[in-house]
Write a protein that binds this ligand. Structure first.
Ligand code: 2M8
Length: 431
């Protein structure tokens, strides 16, 4: 993390990801807060400084020093396409899963326990207000259908870019011309089969072009953009983070109106996830394809485990969800050497052992699910999941990998990934 820290933020990885990424920063701030509160606050503040006027937190904030990334700011062209984008800093027009309020709550708890409340009080107040407008943006503009679930317009918004979750929808897209482009990501990984294919990439860029044509305007996008999905993982995280924001709000003495607004948002998302997305037969929360009559996308990936993220889940549902996570489709799949959660259940359609979001394990998501299992009181299962992750990351060549093969223990993608370090710090500091 120290190595990847530049100026006032932490790059997700030394070369592959040279800018500030939204949800990486939230996890990294949690990691920093174990030993350097100031840097943790700065991480969140730098990100929030790039917030759009409608409340959205952009998925990437570009580092002006860094030219070697595609698609860079000139591709996104946000400042010329919409008044909503900030003028002093360049960003993309996408979002990522909203873990930020969850991070802010943890930061404030650690601020209090280190006796630094008065030093950081004004700063947490400012952070709270910005996060409140972020949550209002999500509730209003990412759910015009009033389902309680959050819409995404691009697989990159999901954080699980080329997960098999998106295969059917992506296959149905018929992109016309996209401007000529040269990928840069494939220059930084030794084996390009670990990254998305060129065909997938063309569609990613085509979707970006469509968003640009619609000026990143949510009302237009929700009506006309070809990719519109209610994202189960995004929605589960939204419920968890909204609860965290309302708890933070209570501790900061916010008004009853604000607190009840947050409570009803959390309740609505919880109901949406349980009623519209949860599939009894598979015990998974499934994404909904809004361009195909809200069809449930029935693929077994770690996003389906999002039910456990709901803070107000009843005991029976929490147990079902925990069993699924620790069972034979996920952490205890018979092929895995390490009992960690794979991104996709082995051998389901679209699964690939070493390929990006198609099979390997992401320590950061393991940490999030570990947190949730603990939150629901399954201490034994949480302890086992923590230990399996620590064992995997202690493998000789693990190198804080971006993602890892849980069958062989091989590190994949980028080495020295910041959020992998952050969650390892968390696991080692909190058992
Ligand atoms: C990956 O996403 C970027 C695009 O945003 C990429 O594929 O180039 C994802 O794993 C995403 O979840 C993550 O935030 C980002 C940086 O770690 O990398």
């Amino acid at each position: 993390m120290k190595k990847n820290h530049v100026g006032s933020f932490t790059k997700p990885a030394p070369h592959l990801y040279p800018h500030q990424w939204s949800w990486d920063s939230a996890f990294v701030a949690i990691g920093w807060s174990n030993f350097d509160l100031e840097t943790a606050y700065q991480e969140i503040e730098t990100l929030l400084d790039a917030q759009w006027s409608d409340g959205r937190i952009p998925h990437i904030v570009f580092n002006p020093e860094e030219q070697n990334y595609f698609p860079g700011p000139e591709v996104w062209n946000c400042q010329n396409l919409t008044e909503l984008a900030p003028k002093h800093v360049k960003t993309t027009g996408l979002i990522q899963p909203p873990v930020h309020s969850f991070a802010a709550k943890i930061l404030w708890e650690r601020t209090k326990s280190s006796g630094k409340e008065s030093q950081y009080r004004d700063r947490i107040e400012a952070i709270f207000e910005k996060l409140l407008s972020w949550h209002r943006y999500l509730a209003k503009f990412r759910d015009p259908e009033n389902t309680g679930l959050i819409s995404i317009y691009h697989p990159w918004e999901s954080g699980t870019d080329n997960s098999p979750r998106w295969d059917e929808v992506m296959a149905s897209l018929k992109p016309d011309e996209v401007p000529a482009f040269e990928r840069r990501d494939t220059k930084f990984v030794t084996d390009i089969s670990e990254r998305p294919t060129d065909e997938e990439y063309v569609k990613y860029i085509w979707l970006v072009e469509s968003m640009k044509k619609l000026s990143y305007d949510d009302l237009k996008l929700s009506k006309e953009h070809p990719f519109l999905i209610k994202d189960a993982l995004m929605s589960g995280i939204f419920a968890l983070a909204t609860k965290a924001l309302s708890t933070l709000g209570e501790r900061l003495g916010k008004s009853d109106d604000v607190l009840s607004e947050l409570k009803s948002t959390e309740k609505k998302t919880t109901e949406g996830l349980l009623q519209l997305s949860f599939d009894e037969s598979s015990s998974l929360s499934l994404d909904l394809d809004m361009r195909n009559e809200r069809k449930r996308i029935n693929v077994s990936t770690c996003a389906g485990l999002s039910t456990i993220l709901l803070p107000d889940l009843d005991k029976a549902m929490a147990e079902t969800s925990c069993k699924q996570i620790m069972g034979e489709n996920f952490a205890h799949h018979k092929e895995l050497k390490f009992a960690v959660i794979p991104s996709t259940t082995p051998h389901t359609p679209g699964y690939k052992e070493n390929s990006y979001w198609r099979g390997p394990t992401w320590p950061v998501l393991n940490w999030l699910f570990w947190y949730a299992i603990n939150m629901h009181g399954f201490e034994k299962e949480a302890a086992a999941l923590r230990q399996a992750n620590i064992d995997l990351l202690a493998e000789e060549n693990a190198c804080f990998g971006e993602y890892l093969n849980a069958i062989t223990g091989k590190q994949l993608g980028s080495a020295d990934q910041s959020w992998t370090a952050a969650v390892l710090i968390e696991w080692l500091s909190n058992s």
